[in-house]
Every structure is written in C-alpha cells, then in structure tokens.
Design a protein around this ligand. Structure first.
Ligand SMILES: C[S@@+](CC[C@H](N)C(=O)[O-])C[C@H]1O[C@@H](n2cnc3c(N)ncnc32)[C@H](O)[C@@H]1O
Length: 248
C-alpha cells in the first residue's frame, strides 16, 4: 500500500488502548507513521500499516476496550478514489462548501481543501477518526472542521457537495445513507461517492464519473489492487436510467 516505510514507530510498545479514550490525538500518533499512498503521493497521512501493533489487536480485544475497529487507520479504496478525483477535477469542489461524510482518516476532506473548497466539514461517529482527521489536516496545512457526529438523515442546507468514501459495506447503514443522500441530491446537492464494489452499493441512481486501480493491502481487501469507481448520484430518473452499477 505504501511508498515509504513508516517513520518513528519501529520497536514500539504494545497498544495502550486506554489512551484512545483519554487522548485520541496521542493515540493516533502512537499507533501510526507518516505514509503516502501511490495514488495520492501529495498527501502524507498518519496511517497504520500492517506492521503496527494496532493491526494485531483482535476483535475481542477491541470489544473489551469499547473501541470501534480502527477504520481511521487506513485510507480505504473508495476514499482514495474520490480524493484522486477531487484533486484532478477541482471544479467539483472549488469555492464550495463540502461535507466529507464518514471521513475516517480525513483524506477526501484534505483533498477537497487542497482543491480549493471554500469550507470543509468532516464528520465521523468515531472520535479517534475525528482526531486522526484533525492531525492529518494539520500535517497537510489545510483547515477542516472535524466533528464527531452521526448526520444520517439530517438536512444538509449548509453544504453544496457531499463526498463519501467506502460507506456501503454494511447494512443497515448503507440503506440509510442511500436514502438520505438520494434525498439531498433531489434537494440540489452534488453527491459524489467512491466504492470498490461493496455489497450494499446502491443498485441504481448512480452515474460513473471515474475509475481507478487502487493499491490496497491483502490484510483488508484480499487483494493488492482494487478497481474502484467514483460515482455521482444521478440528478434525475432519465440520467439514472443511462448508467449505474446494475448496468455494468
Ligand atoms: C470504511 S471507513 C471509510 C473511511 C474513509 N471515508 C475512507 O474512505 O478512507 C467507514 C467510516 O465510516 C464511519 N461511520 C460509520 N457509520 C457512520 C455514521 N453513521 N456517521 C458517520 N460516520 C460513520 C466509520 O467510523 C468509518 O470511519
């Protein structure tokens, strides 16, 4: 997944999971290195490669601590694809108010800020993701308002564009997100998502706008490269009928 070896955490101590609750920023720093992704060499991020002890924690150990899985510690294929698309097509966010929904490590929000968004807000239900997003934004010298929040169902009157990477991996979240974002699209927002073919990706109402081969890790994806598509929620039924995952 990475171009450069991680820095600073070699020979590290075991994961101090209590720290995740008391000082999430420090927890992120202690369990990650600064890595760059082949698809996004211009955005260094705090990420945890397989060699970090965080990856060795079992689900049972995580459950014992009350910690959610460390989704924030990896830049998911869908997020990488949307970030690349936004950097290569800056007009989609330039001078706009952008929401990075389910931000994880903050990658898409950072790309949007770098591409000239007027304001970027990033939300995630995991407070450690919010800390990771804040650290990563600082490292990249961009301003992002990162907040722990579940905004599914909330009207997004203060935004022009919603971007989201890899949010269709489980039910019922995927169904709720689909219904919410279709509604926001109908109210005039631009909605752009990235997805490597997850099970609960909507079957219709999407228009393909880009595709990338994203380097990933066997630990997470069972493959070293995932073909990943960037989709825009269709503006109307006619546009939706022209293209969509089910028509591939
Ligand atoms: C697979 S990760 C994708 C992260 C990032 N978008 C990326 O592509 O790298 C999914 C993220 O969704 C977040 N999440 C799950 N349910 C959520 C909700 N209701 N509201 C906001 N974030 C949520 C998780 O905490 C996690 O960070």
């Amino acid at each position: 997944m990475c171009e450069h070896a991680p820095m600073g955490n070699e020979g590290q101590a075991p994961v101090d999971t209590r720290r995740a609750l008391t000082d999430p920023r420090r927890f992120v720093e202690e369990n990650t290195g600064i890595l760059t992704l082949p698809l996004l060499p211009e955005i260094p991020l705090h990420l945890a490669a397989e060699m970090f002890p965080l990856w060795q924690l079992t689900e049972a150990e995580l459950t014992d601590t009350g910690l959610p899985p460390p989704f924030w510690a990896f830049a998911w294929a869908g997020g990488q694809a949307v970030a690349r698309y936004v950097l290569d097509t800056p007009d989609v966010v330039r001078d706009k108010r952008v929401l990075d929904f389910a931000t994880g490590c903050g990658l898409i929000g950072i790309a949007a800020a770098r591409a000239g968004a007027r304001e970027v807000t990033a939300v995630d239900i995991d407070p450690i993701a919010v800390a990771a997003c804040g650290l990563n934004a600082e490292r990249n010298g961009v301003a992002i308002h990162a907040e722990k929040a579940d905004w599914i169902g909330r009207p997004l009157d203060d935004f022009d564009v919603v971007v989201a990477g890899d949010v269709f991996y489980e039910r019922p979240m995927a169904d709720d997100v689909q219904e919410w974002l279709k509604g926001e699209r109908a109210r005039g927002l631009d909605v752009i998502i990235g997805d490597p073919g997850r099970t609960y990706l909507p079957k219709d109402g999407l228009v393909e706008i880009a595709r990338y081969c994203v380097a990933t890790t066997r630990e997470l994806e069972d493959t070293e490269v995932r073909r990943t598509l960037v989709w825009r929620f269709a503006e109307n039924a006619a546009q939706a009928a022209l293209a969509g995952p089910s028509s591939e």
